[in-house]
Design a binder for this molecule. Structure first.
Ligand SMILES: [Zn+2]
Length: 349
């Protein structure tokens, strides 16, 4: 009798705890601080060389037992690999891009920490997240520019619009989806466009750095964001991009402690933010301010929080329940701080 009761209780418990596939509640998310702490100290420097990136990614691939897969999205004019790292196997695809401008490095260490934090630990939440989304990251999209600490790619034959003649092209002006890829002179842009066409990501986030600016209320801006503003981007994609912007604004503000404004970007369709919105993705530009060196870790944490919050929101669908109209309440970026160190045309994203 007692054993029959015990079996009935077990059955009942089973009915409670074994929900049907697809209806299972998501395991609760570890805090970003806990996730960040899973990555070992010294995994990657703040301004990594291509060799630092290679070494860190190799270490992650090994430590993750293959859950972080390494690939090459293309080759630069100096034959450096444009590195691609992928975590997760879910049907919702995400694409993050870092350091298209070689002198804007901090998105790259953030991506490397995120790859560790999502790929190496193997908790129920990690397994759930990886079953829902596949995150592709083009890590340090401009390695030739990175080794020169320059904005442009390396192409001494560069000429025409959006180039620095004799130096190279501005990679982030060559994503125009209306240009046939084979006519595109920039190998880094071609690689990212081909990655987009291979995976049709629901979400694209592109990480850059800007100079130093004040908020309208006088505090210093630590990050600015913007969604597609090209008139060629459809209403649905812009609406989802604005949801992505609000989600990132909230996480960066309330979790990372960032002061976030709206980036004053242009409408040109060759800018990644616009191009991938035109193609139909939720698309976002994230610009970390070039704060003094002692705040580099804070800036890396802001980008890390953005990457985790975007992944979580895509995995549990909460991203698409955000009120995108709130994007209009993100304050416009204020005036430039005097004596701020200038990036090369950093104001141009
Ligand atoms: Zn940039």
């Amino acid at each position: 009798m007692r054993s029959r009761l015990f079996a009935a209780v077990l059955l009942l418990l089973g009915a409670v705890f074994v929900a049907p596939p697809g209806a299972a509640a998501a395991p609760s998310q570890p805090s970003p601080a806990v996730l960040a702490a899973s990555a070992p100290a010294g995994l990657v420097p703040d301004q990594p060389s291509p060799e630092d990136v290679r070494r860190a990614l190799t270490r992650i691939a090994r430590a993750s037992d293959g859950r972080v897969r390494l690939g090459v999205a293309g080759r630069t004019n100096e034959n450096r690999p444009i590195r691609l790292a992928t975590v997760g196997t879910g049907s919702t695809r995400l694409l993050y891009v870092t350091q298209q401008h070689g002198d804007e490095p901090l998105g790259t260490p953030a991506a490397i920490q995120a790859l560790w934090a999502l790929g190496v630990p193997d908790s129920a939440w990690h397994r759930w997240l990886r079953s829902r989304v596949t995150i592709d990251i083009v890590v340090q999209a401009n390695p030739d520019g990175a080794v020169r600490n320059q904005r442009y790619n390396h192409d001494p034959s560069a000429s025409g619009d959006y180039s620095e003649p004799g130096v190279g092209y501005d990679i982030n002006r060559f994503h125009n989806p209306l240009t046939p890829i084979e006519d595109n002179p920039v190998p880094e842009s071609r690689a990212i466009l081909r990655q987009w066409h291979a995976t049709h990501p629901a979400v694209v986030v592109d990480y850059h750095m800007q100079g130093r600016y004040l908020q309208p209320d006088g505090r210093e801006t630590t990050a600015s964001i913007l969604w597609p503003t090209s008139p060629l981007a459809g209403d649905a994609a812009v609406g989802r991009s604005r949801q992505l912007a609000v989600r990132n604004h909230d996480a960066m503000t309330w979790v990372a402690g960032a002061n976030v404004t709206r980036y004053p970007g242009g409408d040109y369709e060759g800018i990644a933010r616009n191009a991938y919105g035109i193609l139909g993705s939720a698309s976002l530009l994230v610009e970390l301010s070039a704060l003094p060196q002692e705040q580099a870790d804070f800036q890396i944490r802001t980008a890390f929080v953005s990457m985790i919050a975007t992944a979580q929101g895509a995995a549990d669908g909460s991203l698409w329940r955000v009120n995108g109209e709130r994007a209009d309440t993100i304050p416009e970026r204020g005036p430039e701080l005097p004596d701020a160190p200038a990036l090369q045309r950093a104001d141009a994203a």
